[in-house]
Design a protein around this ligand. Structure first.
Ligand code: 5GP
Ligand code: MN
Length: 341
């Protein structure tokens, strides 16, 4: 409570504020960043939103998108300057500084007051004020609560409400995952009350496919999707060449892994995507199966129990060998969860 008062005091005078979020921002990352940015602008602050990388086109409708600085499009010197000059830095939707790539060390060294709003496990101790709960479905849910606690509820308008709604909608898998609590419904009810057009947000995010993307999904479902029935595992392994063939853009593989998880009896699903000499991994699981543990132990990553990810510097072939080699150790848990539903 005291920390909220201190933050409120700091926000009482116009300041330079940097807002940053994790690599390859999703709707929760960008929605919390732009929701917060739009509100803090109303208070007269000078806001710079910096993302470590680009993000999918289906997020570009959010208000303030045009002013976002993408680290890889700017010079590192400019980014360093913005971060160093900031009186306050908001770090949203990530718990460890390695999730923002080169920006991480800049933020660590920066003299400004650091606020971390997040719902991931095992937070690193880098912030002066942490508004953190792993019980929250989304960082956008926490941002809404923080804004209310700070006394800014009346400033939440339609645009801000839609940014926050987007993150909650996607991090709950469209209000379907077990993290879809009563509180989630209460918060989104408030956001709709404030003008969020829930149907428009959903259309913008889920129904803006290119024909290439749909053809790619069709191809991946028929050619890349494999199942290992004895371990209740299904996965996609996709080469860089295949992605290039369908002119795959950032965000085009978003949600693909859920098709693997939707197969009856599957406990753990994976998406393994080759990119230069790396492989990016997305894992999804049902029930108690710890996808985040698998991501952390074998793939330099982490995340939530049912949605995690990571990356390795190996060939796709080696990565798939590694993945298959770890399954026997989890055989019992994989089978147990599969039987529960
Ligand atoms: P996605 O599969 O959608 O990329 O990521 C799902 C979740 O896994 C994210 O919300 C995040 O919590 C976690 N995650 C994804 N990639 C990484 C990574 O490289 N490192 C860590 N620590 N977590 C990740
Ligand atoms: Mn999130």
């Amino acid at each position: 409570m005291q920390e909220i008062e201190l933050l409120k005091e700091k926000l009482a005078k116009p300041s330079r504020i940097v807002i940053t979020t994790h690599d390859k921002p999703d709707a929760d990352a960008l929605g919390s960043s732009l929701g917060m940015a739009n509100l803090l602008k109303k208070l007269g602050h000078d806001i710079t939103v910096i993302t470590p990388s680009d993000y999918p086109g289906f997020l570009h409708w959010m208000k303030g998108n045009d002013e976002v600085k993408i680290f890889t499009d700017e010079t590192p010197q400019d980014c360093q300057q913005w971060v160093n000059d900031a009186d306050i830095i908001f770090a949203l939707d990530f718990s460890v500084l390695s999730r923002i790539n080169e920006l991480g060390e800049m933020v660590r060294q920066a003299p400004g007051y650091k606020v971390n709003v997040d719902h991931h496990l095992d937070p690193e101790d880098f912030a002066d004020f942490r508004y953190w709960s792993t019980e929250a479905a989304a960082t956008c849910e926490l941002c809404y609560e923080l804004l209310v606690s700070l006394g800014y509820e009346e400033l939440i308008d339609k645009d801000i409400a839609e940014c926050l709604y987007a993150g909650i909608m996607t991090d709950t898998g469209g209000f379907r995952h077990p993290n879809t609590t009563k509180n989630v419904h209460e918060v989104v009810a408030q956001l709709i009350e404030k003008g969020a057009d829930n149907s428009r947000v959903s259309k913008n995010i889920y129904d803006k496919n290119s024909l290439n993307r749909l053809r790619f999904i069709g191809y991946a479902l028929s050619e890349n999707l494999k199942i290992i029935p004895e371990y209740q595992v299904a996965y996609f392994a996709i080469t860089e060449e295949e992605l290039a063939r369908f002119e795959s853009k950032t965000g085009d593989t978003e949600g693909l892994v859920n098709y693997a998880l939707s197969i009856e009896g599957v406990t753990l699903a994976g998406l393994f995507k080759e990119s230069e000499d790396k492989v990016k991994i997305s894992l999804r699981s049902i029930g108690e199966f710890p996808a985040n543990e698998v991501a952390a132990r074998f793939f330099n990553g982490g995340g939530h129990r049912n949605a995690a990810g990571g990356r390795v510097e190996m060939s796709l072939e080696e990565t798939m060998k590694l993945f298959k080699s770890i399954l026997p150790e989890y055989a019992q848990q994989l089978e147990e969860e599969s039987k529960k539903v």
